[in-house]
Design a protein around this ligand. Sequence first.
Ligand code: PEP
Ligand code: MG
Length: 842
Amino acid sequence: MATPQQLQLLAPLSGVLMPLDQVPDQVFSSRVIGDGLCIDPTSSTLCAPLAGVISNVQASGHAVSITDDNGVQVLMHIGLDTVNLAGKGFTRLVEEGQRVEEGEALIEFDADYIALNARSLLTLMLVVSGEPFTWLAPETGVVQNGQPLLSLNPSEVAADEPEEGEALFSKPLTLPNLNGLHARPAAVFAQAAKGFSASICLHKQQDSANAKSLVAIMALQTAHGDIVQVSAAGADAEVAIKTLVELLAAGCGEAVTVMAEVETVATDASSLKVLHGVCASAGSAFGQVVQIAQQTLEIIESGRGAQVEREHLSQALATAVLDLQQLRDQATGDTQADIFKAHQELLEDPSLLDQALALIDAGKSAGFAWRAATESTATLFKKLGNALLAERAADLADVGQRVLKLILGVEDQAMELPEGAILIAEQLTPSQTAGLDTRKVLGFATVGGGATSHVAILARAFGLPAICGLPVQVLALANGTRVLLDADQGELQLDPELAAIEQLQANRQRQKKRRQYELENAALAACTRDGHHVEITANIASLAEAEQAMTLGGEGVGLLRSEFLYLDRNHAPSHDEQASTYSAIARALGPARSLVVRTLDVGGDKPLAYVPMDRETNPFLGMRGIRLCLERPQLLRDQFKAILSSAGLARLHIMLPMVTQLSELRLARQLLEEEALAAGLTELPKLGIMIEVPAAALMADLFAPEVDFFSIGTNDLTQYTLAMDRDHPRLASQADSFHPSVLRLIAGTVKAAHAHGKWVGVCGALASEHLAVPLLLGLGVDELSVSVPLIPAIKAAVREVDLLDCQAIAQQVLGLESAGQVREALRLHHEATVDTSLVLEN
Ligand code: PEP
Ligand code: MG
């Protein structure tokens, strides 16, 4: 092998040098991609630092690699997170495979646009083939384009000998990364591949790349939803494939929503039989595909004078607010109305408007300025890594598009839907669904979104089944394709067999009859066959839900999640607003029924815009619930005061979330007593705590004498007991409240409470599970607070069991090993004890 010549690398730009260690992006500063330098540019054309062949230029134009004749590979990456700009602001001047001379122009870029719309303009030049180098200039300070900067001392880098043996292939998997394997995830992947001796390739359709080469991976030009495979040959091939496939599925260091997997290798949707996603709203339906596409809008960048453009924007905003008001008034329920209310609030956001006006004053058109402002704010929301804020980004995109259409004078075409439509979309926005005739819609299936997405919320509100997180191939299905949407299984079956359709219809018929039976009997008390009464109350977050709960047989409210008053707004709710909401809810219940108001449970994962907090590494383990409120006692005092104003209208209970220490309970009680005294109340409302931190469950005997009641939050109790994030997509099936460890904590809590004459409820999602009814009754739980639509079903389930049987099965499952075993034992118990011929099955 020839010894490569000394090689000089020239500055690809003019600008100011910055040490690589200080680049605010770990993938570059850690040198995992390669060692090199960083320049804060003052010129706007990226030039070749060496002669060679363009081994890769990203379609989005923000990164380019050159390989010289000796195999030296240099990557240049303009800006940080510029992949998100999807090519905007970059002009590629070269093609892949083209030979370039040193100093030749490679990419022109719009520095202003990038500085405004991306995280940073800092530009990297990295030696990805790994040759060591020495500096030919000072390592900091100003440099001129073309100035010699580095001298490479190429050692003989031995090429990897390909491993012998037959290659093993992984199953195909869908790339979850929003922008494919761009520099950052590609570097993480290549680095991991280098840890194995096997020869490893990444395949995309007919193209393959050496998995140990960053540049080769980038040259595959992968995109979100691409189907890829890993192959490997050599001694550690099997473990390499397993590790790398897991890494790809997890996003190679990028935050991703877990993608669904397709069952066949083909990327052509017509050859697929089943597409998998996640259930966003339960149920199933058979119907025909109707694709809903987002319109692309043509926008001219330069404006016709600031005055004209400002006027244009303000007119569009005013019209949008009015249109949203009309949509709110016509909404099919509170859920939809609330979404449009949140959209109106977004339009009033001053910083959004300021950003747009600044761009208009800089000569841009109203449309361009508005789009840039909404997109950059949405990107910011997404970057915060919080599911709820990511949803707000989707809201912003939706309302942004609404205003943009008004600016451009683009009219929405009313869409005529066929009967039995299953709507398919990349992402369904509230605005898209608002104009649709939902009587003709049987379900939704989308690529984006999750359990907290709007499509999920709307689907649940309409009572329609929905699946999110489907592979992008779903967007290629022809309109009219017959599909069976089985949301419970998270499956979309294409052109299903007749037998599957018949089975689905028979199940639906049975469920319908069962539901009818439950509704007809909803007003009956929830008494077991041997006469034991359990209170069935509702989990609510609005007045409408309180009213609905009463019509469905709810015996009270076991959990009012008061957060709804505080979230999605720029300032705390006023005393009057809070007081009138609590009072209206209490009035809807009346003086004979219990109302349990939980104090604010935000912080960490649910930040409030008007309560500045530091970003937390583990939000669920941070300043959440009562911890946050005790740190800001005025917030809690104000809430107590507002809750107390509804005393007497219902049997008022106040409940504290996330209590871990006795001192938290005592401090909160003291504040409550002071507020009650100030309000002139002679009698305190009942004060209880949620049992959702294992510490509180384990010390229930010490808490019990100091509370009036406990309510067990099984959602959090499960995540803290099992150390599994309740929203973790890959742990979803394991983070199961039926786990015996959680059940033992419930058993201990009930025992401690009853020893002190206090009642115990369960308000976590476990209480809404039909299968859990005999278990919780058997453990001695006194109240089940359930999701409103499930009140009739849970009441019916209570009426089908005997307390003595329940006690026996509850004791039995406490000794089992896993949640799966518990579920199975409960299923068998149900079959053995409930006469399914008399009462229709659920
Ligand atoms: C729970 O944790 O079970 C609970 C009911 O509270 P939330 O789901 O609101 O955290
Ligand atoms: Mg909780």
